[in-house]
Design a protein around this ligand. Structure first.
Ligand code: ATP
Ligand code: MG
Length: 504
């Protein structure tokens, strides 16, 4: 701590990328033993600021005072050695290595001496078990990371950040894919660390979460620092106002789509896996927004992946427009004019080194090839610009690599990719995950517009207000079974929760 009582002072930090001033003279002070939330719209500069603290980016100007001492990090290693660790927004683990190897990467325990030093696997295993016990995590240290669910992978990142015994832990959207239970155990860990004097810098788009866990809240807008507030003095509306720069009184656009005839019918679909979905039956009408609710682990993702031909089914039937169809792979699903926006953009979505434009046009290349096999550049450019504009993707140019976009803006590009395939049945798995409040509104508007054009929309969401806000009907699942289908008008949070936890 310095004489002002701060563990960390961020002073006048600025950082530009070609065409973007990502950070403009940011100064924020962090107190030890507190949770300091960082909020702002997609592309506001949150991750960039954290990467400056963690030695991934070198700021153009400004300084960092840690424990009263100016620090200049050129690598993450230096930041870690100085007592700062970070959980990244995107999952960075190496899939084909074990959990424990990922955890201790670059710092394996060794035994022996001199040239006869070996990795001490026994100790590595023991250390891992001890750490997981302390954190209340149920993961086998020996299995490959690729076998873990998204939520377990995220828990592993959290364990890794904690294992460095840092004074400051940066958490960039740590809960975006955790189950409810995992979120509450993360909050327990956070409270314990805070009690030990650790400062946590916490980034999230979930306002309720921020209000419940944080002590101070700093808000960024367009690379500038709007202000730092005591959490106790804030409300949801105030936070939105500071983030967006105006009041956003309606969080959902009016829903004026009119459902028509049944387009998709699913009858007793059952997974070959015992612990997955069973006997799932439902139908979705043209022009209908069909929500699927449930807790993480309800097998909703597995269900829609099976519908889209990414997973096999043991039995059951799928009908489109009254005719039975066979969907054994995504190509067949696409031929039936289905599209699926997946939950985990890093693993199944974006191609990081390609441009925004390429990522957007990818699922639909046929549309851009003319009769002589020539590429219709103009049409590709037009479609790209139109969608960048409609979804307000924040970028200086469509030629930029998608990996340089902020997390939420990457999600918008993926959304555009599937829109361009002009599907009849659009399946969305957590479409607004990591997306800020005002961009969410834009996405809801687009979903409702598509429904008005007669498309069928299936939307998995763990955000109750969102399910209730835009669904015509809501199917709730628990442990792989359908526990109820509610009319949107009759549904409320309590009814959904009761069905979601039916077998628990
Ligand atoms: N490596 C990079 N190259 C070019 N531009 C970048 C790079 N990293 C970030 N940017 C740009 O800087 C701005 C801030 O991005 P940043 O990732 O910090 O936003 P964020 O607040 O974390 O948003 P989100 O909530 O979507 O994660 C964005 O306009 C982004 O496109
Ligand atoms: Mg970010």
């Amino acid at each position: 701590m310095d004489q002002d009582g701060f563990i960390l002072q961020i002073r006048h930090i600025s950082k530009s990328f070609p065409g973007v001033k990502a950070l403009d003279d940011i100064s924020i002070n962090i107190r030890p033993g507190t949770v300091h939330a960082l909020m702002g719209e997609n592309g506001a500069g949150k991750s960039t600021l954290m990467k400056c603290l963690f030695g991934i980016y070198v700021p153009d100007s400004g300084e960092i005072i840690l424990d009263g001492k100016p620090e200049h990090f050129n690598t993450s290693r230096q930041a870690l050695d100085a007592g700062i660790s970070m959980i990244h927004q995107e999952l960075l683990s190496i899939p084909y290595r074990s959990v424990m190897e990922n955890l201790w990467l670059g710092r394996y325990p060794k035994r022996g001496a001199g040239p006869f030093k070996f990795v001490d696997h026994k100790r590595m295993y023991r250390d891992t078990v001890n750490l997981f016990e302390k954190l209340n995590l149920d993961i086998d240290p020996r299995i490959w990371v690729m076998k873990l669910s998204v939520s377990k992978t995220q828990s592993l990142e959290i364990a890794k950040a904690v294992s460095y015994n840092a004074k400051i832990i940066i958490m960039d959207e740590p809960t975006s894919s955790l189950t409810e239970r995992e979120v509450s155990s993360l909050f327990e860990i956070i409270r314990r660390l805070r009690g030990e004097g650790v400062a946590i810098i916490y980034i999230s788009h979930k306002i309720e979460e921020i209000l419940s866990i944080s002590d101070d809240v700093s808000i960024l807008r367009d690379g500038r620092h709007v202000g730092t507030y005591e959490a106790g003095t804030l409300t949801t509306d105030l936070i939105i106002k500071y983030m967006v720069g105006r009041d956003l009184s309606n969080r959902f656009p009016p829903r004026d789509n009119v459902p028509g005839k049944v387009l998709l019918k699913v009858d007793s679909l059952t997974s070959p896996r015992k612990d997955s979905f069973r006997d799932v039956s439902f139908s979705v009408r043209r022009g209908e927004i069909f929500g699927i609710g449930g807790l993480v682990g309800a097998q909703r993702t597995e269900l829609v992946e099976a519908l889209f031909g990414l997973r096999s089914v043991e039995s059951g039937h799928i009908y489109i427009d009254g005719e039975e169809v066979t969907i054994k792979n995504p190509a067949q699903a696409k031929a039936h004019k289905m599209a699926l926006l997946t939950e985990e953009r890093r693993a199944t979505g974006i191609i990081p080194m390609l441009s925004i434009k390429a990522n957007m046009l990818l699922a639909n290349l046929k549309r851009y090839i003319g009769p002589l096999g020539l590429i219709n550049e103009k049409r590709g450019e037009e479609d790209t610009q139109k969608n960048i504009h409609a979804l307000q993707v924040k970028t200086p140019s469509a030629k930029n690599k998608i990996r340089d976009l902020s997390g939420g803006n990457q999600q918008k590009v993926l959304f555009a990719r599937w829109l361009l395939t002009q599907p009849d049945i659009l399946i969305l798995d957590e479409p607004t995950r990591g997306i800020d409040v005002s961009a969410k509104y834009d996405i809801y508007t687009i979903i409702i517009d598509l429904a008005k054009q007669g498309k069928s929309i299936i939307m998995i969401s763990s955000e109750m207000p969102e399910l209730l806000g835009i669904s015509d009907r809501i199917m709730v699942m628990c442990a792989g079974r359908v526990t109820g289908i509610l009319e949107g008008r009759e549904a409320d949070q309590e009814k959904i929760m009761r069905l979601a936890a039916q077998f628990m």
